[in-house]
Design a protein around this ligand. Structure first.
Ligand SMILES: *[C@@H]1O[C@H](CO)[C@@H](O)[C@H](O)[C@H]1NC(C)=O
Ligand SMILES: *[C@@H]1O[C@H](CO)[C@@H](O)[C@H](O)[C@H]1NC(C)=O
Ligand SMILES: *[C@@H]1O[C@H](CO)[C@@H](O)[C@H](O)[C@H]1NC(C)=O
Ligand SMILES: *[C@@H]1O[C@H](CO)[C@@H](O)[C@H](O)[C@H]1NC(C)=O
Ligand SMILES: *[C@@H]1O[C@H](CO)[C@@H](O)[C@H](O)[C@H]1NC(C)=O
Ligand SMILES: *[C@@H]1O[C@H](CO)[C@@H](O)[C@H](O)[C@H]1NC(C)=O
Length: 271
C-alpha cells in the first residue's frame, strides 16, 4: 500500500462514499482491514476519531489529493497483496476444517500439520473438546477446532518457504509485513492452554528476529468462561527470512486431559 500522511482522496463531487466504515484501534488495523478485503482499493484513517473508511469504488476519485492533517490515506497498489489475487492464509488447515475431526474421546491428528502427542482435530459440540458452537469464538468457526487430548504437552507445526511467492529482495528491504492471528482459549476455570508461535528462518534454517507468540489465554483472561479469544500481532518480516514455522503448543495445567483449544490460525503476508 502507498501511505500518504496528511492527505485525503480528492473526489470529483465530494462523494467518494466509503463502502464501509470500521472503528479501529490504530492505523495498522485500518490497513489490515483493507488488505483483508479482496475488493478494498483504499482506506482513509481519521486520526481524531479512529474511524477507518474502506473504499471499493474509486471511480469518483480523480487522482489528486487534498491536504487534511487529520487523515492518513492508504491506497492499495498493484501487487500489494501476496499473492496479488486475494488474501491467502499461508497456514495450511489453520481453521481445522480440512480432513476428519474427532466426535468421541479418541485422537484424530490434524490434517496438514506435523505433530507430537495427542493433539486432535475436534468437532465443536463434542463435550470432550470443551467448545460448544454457542460458546464465544470466531463467527466463521466452521465445524472443528484443535484440542490437546491426554498429553501433558502436545504440539503441531508446519514450515513453508516464502520465496516462491515473495521476492527475497522485498523481505530484505523490510517491505513485507506479517499479520498473524488466532482464536485461543480453554475450559471454564482450568488453565490448560494453547499458544501458537511464528518463527522466521533464514536460508541456513537459523532463526532470524524474535518469534511472535500468541497466547496462552488463561482462565483469568477468559473470565473463567469456556471460550476462544482473538489474538493478533502485526509486524515486519525480518531481514534474511526465507521460511517460517508456525507451531501450536498445548500445555496441561492439571488433570488428565489437556483442554487447550485453538482455531482459525491465520498468517497473511503483505507489502
Ligand atoms: C479533481 O477535481 C477537482 C474538483 O472538481 C478539480 O479542482 C481538480 O482540478 C481535478 N483534478 C484533476 C487532475 O482532474
Ligand atoms: C457527481 O456524482 C454523480 C454520481 O456518480 C454523477 O452522476 C454526477 O454527474 C457527478 N456530478 C458532478 C458535478 O461531477
Ligand atoms: C475463576 O475461578 C477461580 C478458581 O475457581 C476463582 O478463584 C475465581 O474467583 C474465578 N473468577 C471469576 C471472575 O469468576
Ligand atoms: C526456498 O525455495 C527456493 C526456491 O525453490 C530455494 O532456492 C531455497 O533453497 C528454499 N529455501 C529453503 C530454506 O528451503
Ligand atoms: C542465518 O542466520 C545465522 C544466525 O544469525 C547466521 O549466522 C547465518 O550467516 C545466516 N545465514 C544466512 C544464509 O543468512
Ligand atoms: C528481540 O527481543 C529482545 C528482548 O525483548 C529485544 O531486546 C530485541 O530488540 C528483539 N529483537 C528484534 C529484532 O525485535
Amino acid at each position: 500500500m502507498s501511505t500518504m500522511i496528511g492527505w485525503q482522496l480528492h473526489c470529483v463531487n465530494k462523494t467518494c462514499v466509503p463502502c464501509t466504515t470500521v472503528i479501529v484501534l490504530n492505523i495498522f488495523e485500518c490497513r489490515t482491514a483493507c488488505l483483508a478485503k479482496f475488493l478494498c482499493k483504499a482506506a482513509t484513517y481519521h486520526q481524531s476519531t479512529s474511524n477507518c473508511d474502506l473504499f471499493v469504488d474509486l471511480s469518483m476519485y480523480n487522482g489528486t489529493m487534498l491536504l487534511d492533517m487529520n487523515i492518513v490515506t492508504m491506497i492499495v497498489t498493484d501487487g500489494t497483496r501476496i499473492p496479488p489475487e486475494s488474501e491467502v492464509n499461508w497456514v495450511i488447515n489453520g481453521d481445522a476444517e480440512t480432513g476428519p475431526c474427532q466426535s468421541g474421546s479418541g485422537v484424530t491428528h490434524p490434517t496438514g500439520w506435523s505433530y507430537s502427542g495427542t493433539i486432535t482435530q475436534m468437532y465443536y459440540g463434542n463435550v470432550v473438546g470443551n467448545q460448544m458452537l454457542t460458546d464465544p469464538g470466531p463467527s466463521n468457526r466452521g465445524n472443528c477446532h484443535f484440542y490437546g487430548g491426554n498429553s501433558a504437552s502436545t504440539t503441531m507445526w508446519q514450515t513453508h518457504n516464502m520465496t516462491n511467492s515473495i521476492n527475497p529482495l522485498l523481505i530484505d528491504s523490510q517491505k513485507i509485513w506479517f499479520d498473524f492471528s488466532a482464536w485461543i482459549g480453554g475450559y471454564l476455570d482450568q488453565d490448560d492452554n494453547a499458544q501458537v508461535s511464528l518463527t522466521f528462518l533464514n536460508q541456513s534454517n537459523q532463526n532470524v528476529g524474535n518469534s511472535t507468540i500468541l497466547g496462552p489465554v488463561l482462565a483469568v483472561d477468559r473470565g473463567n468462561k469456556t471460550s476462544l479469544v482473538f489474538r493478533q500481532a502485526i509486524g515486519p518480516v525480518p531481514v534474511g527470512a526465507r521460511t517460517f514455522t508456525v507451531k501450536v503448543t498445548m500445555t496441561r495445567a492439571s488433570g488428565v486431559s489437556d483442554g487447550g483449544d485453538i482455531d482459525s490460525i491465520v498468517l497473511f503476508l503483505y507489502q
